[in-house]
Design a protein. Structure first.
Length: 563
């Protein structure tokens, strides 16, 4: 057997690595669900249901409304929304109108949002009338290239009383009357006769700009094509075909849809399976347990912190979780203890895989029939090839069990970075594999193990956090001379940032609370520090560059002593 495909010996009989992975326009996933299950519920949002026929009609009308604002091929539309029906309608409506989606995170600081707007050439932004969303976008409408806003109301797809009872997204605010601000409802006020733009080549048609960070500062937009998204769904279907049934699954969606994991698993794969998606604006352990119990949820994708939270909640032992067929953990490494305890408590195997924005979330999977492989993130998904290359920047391939950089190729891998041919070239090997920045190895049977990262990145609750971004914000403090930020162990978030700071001579000393207040407007919520330490000097290399390896080792030893 070809050593490159050694994982085939570990594939279950129910999964074909060489399965045909059909590439198609993303909106055809909705077409297929409507054709087969038109009256099945597609979305349940705070008790309000939308079936597949109704969702299709809403998407068509929104597509027409967007086209009246000038959306078509080459036009980029931003989505700045929480988990709500507006997201489904907007995402599919933009693609039906011929445009490209740019996802924006509500966790981002305002200056990060401004950078992404300018870099991605976003012309229109869709958001909600909530205090946490609308005012910030109104400011960016005046200070960036944005031409107009489309603003929805949370109560449009659920009753006002229900929304108030939920109380999960904060208060609404009054909308300004402006030619550049349009109500979401006004774009739906038509017959849905949008102009179709057939895609001759889905593999080259840009569908989404999904921003991911880097060690050199500003975030980069990963270009994900219609083909990337569709084939990633096909990979998931091949992997899960024996577990899930089209038109019969109920998916609990609490992950934010701007994250590639949630976008693919909760929305697009659910469309492909014609599932009913129960949307929750945010994770709350008690609400999740009650929803699984009362609605007989069959599928619950999450991140490790969610499953940790469920295990710690006393209601877990009182609720019936036997309807669950599949629970999947992604976004960050899953502790083995959590995996084992969750299976005991829920009676459902908690599987994990590995992937990243650039791989359209797919990378590896763990077959449900497989014996446990502690520490492994699974086998390469159908159609994907993974190899391990030397860490010296070359392309020599490592033998089974030898550590190196994990590289992946497949139809789900990004076409490259938006307006960054230099970054694209740096990220790819000469034979078309993506350098992931993860250090790992593959054993003789094709199981992949991730052990470290080459990139200067911290994984906080499934979010990529880049120390350089935090360091640059801390450097703005007038008392700071030097700063190094590393990731340290955090029992809940997995990792969290810690800052080591040297003050300027004669500068006023500040405490951690003061620094947190200073960084409040400069960093996103996911980037907030766990702790800080002020030192007389920071470690440096022989040539005078700040060095983090000594700090990392100190924290490792400190954690070992703690236990």
């Amino acid at each position: 057997m070809n050593a490159e495909l050694r994982w085939l010996k570990s594939y279950p009989d129910t999964v074909r690595w060489d399965a045909e992975l059909e590439s198609r326009p993303v909106y055809e996933l909705l077409d297929m669900a409507v054709a087969e299950f038109p009256d099945n519920p597609a979305i349940d949002f705070l008790g309000h249901k939308i079936n597949y026929r109704q969702l299709d009609e809403l998407v068509n009308r929104f597509a027409y409304g967007l086209q009246q604002l000038g959306v078509g091929p080459g036009v980029h539309v931003g989505i700045y929304l929480p988990n709500c029906p507006h997201y489904f309608i907007t995402f599919l409506g933009v693609l039906r109108a011929g445009g490209t989606v740019v996802n924006y995170s509500p966790l981002d600081a305002e200056r990060t949002l401004a950078h992404k707007i300018e870099d991605s050439q976003t012309d229109i932004m869709v958001t909600l009338d909530l205090a946490a969303f609308y005012p910030k976008m109104l400011t960016l409408l005046e200070t960036t290239r944005l031409q107009s806003l489309v603003v929805g109301e949370l109560t449009e797809f659920c009753g006002a009383v229900t929304a108030q009872q939920a109380g999960l997204l904060g208060p609404s605010v009054a909308l300004e009357s402006s030619e550049r601000c349009h109500r979401f409802s006004s774009l739906l006020n038509n017959a849905g006769d949008y102009q179709a733009y057939p895609l001759d080549d889905p593999d080259s048609a840009l569908a989404v700009l999904q921003y991911t960070g880097g060690t050199t500062g500003a975030p980069k937009g990963a270009m994900l094509t219609h083909g990337n998204l569709a084939t990633s769904c096909a990979q998931l279907q091949e992997v899960l075909d024996s577990s899930l049934q089209p038109g019969q699954e109920r998916v609990l969606a609490v992950l934010p849809p701007f994250h590639i994991y949630a976008l693919m698993i909760n929305m697009l794969f659910s469309l492909r399976m014609a599932s009913e998606v129960y949307l929750h604006p945010r994770f709350d352990a008690e609400t999740v347990l009650n929803e699984i119990h009362h609605s007989r949820i069959t599928t619950f994708p999450g991140v490790p912190t969610m499953f940790i939270g469920l295990l710690a909640h006393p209601l877990t032992a009182e609720r019936d979780l036997t309807s669950l067929k599949m629970c999947n953990s992604g976004g960050a490494p899953l502790p083995l203890d959590v995996q084992q305890r969750y299976q005991q408590v829920a009676g459902c195997a908690l599987r994990e895989g590995w992937g990243m924005t650039e791989t359209t979330t797919s990378g590896t999977f763990t077959p449900k029939e497989a014996e446990p492989h502690p520490g492994s993130c699974g086998l390469p998904v159908p159609g994907a090839r993974i190899k391990i290359v030397a860490l010296d920047g070359g392309e020599s391939e490592m033998l089974a069990g030898e550590k190196g950089e994990v590289c992946i190729a497949g139809p789900n891998v990004t076409a490259g970075y938006w307006k960054r041919p230099d970054a694209t070239a740096e990220a790819m090997t000469s034979d078309g594999f993506l350098r992931t920045g993860d250090v790992g190895y593959m054993d003789e049977d094709g199981w992949v193990y991730i052990v470290d990262r080459t990139k200067d990145m911290i994984l906080c609750s499934g979010y990529n956090v880049y120390p350089r971004t935090i360091e640059e914000a801390i450097y703005e403090h007038p008392s700071v001379e030097e700063v190094s930020v590393i990731g340290v162990y955090d029992a809940y978030r997995g990792q969290a940032p810690k800052a080591f700071i040297k003050l300027k001579d004669g500068a006023q000393v500040f405490d951690f609370a003061t620094l947190q207040a200073f960084l409040e407007s400069r960093l996103g919520k996911h980037e907030r520090l766990q702790s800080m330490e002020i030192r007389d000097a920071l470690p440096k290399t022989p040539v005078g560059k700040l060095s983090k390896k000594e700090l990392v080792e100190e924290e490792r030893q400190r954690q070992q002593q703690v236990g």
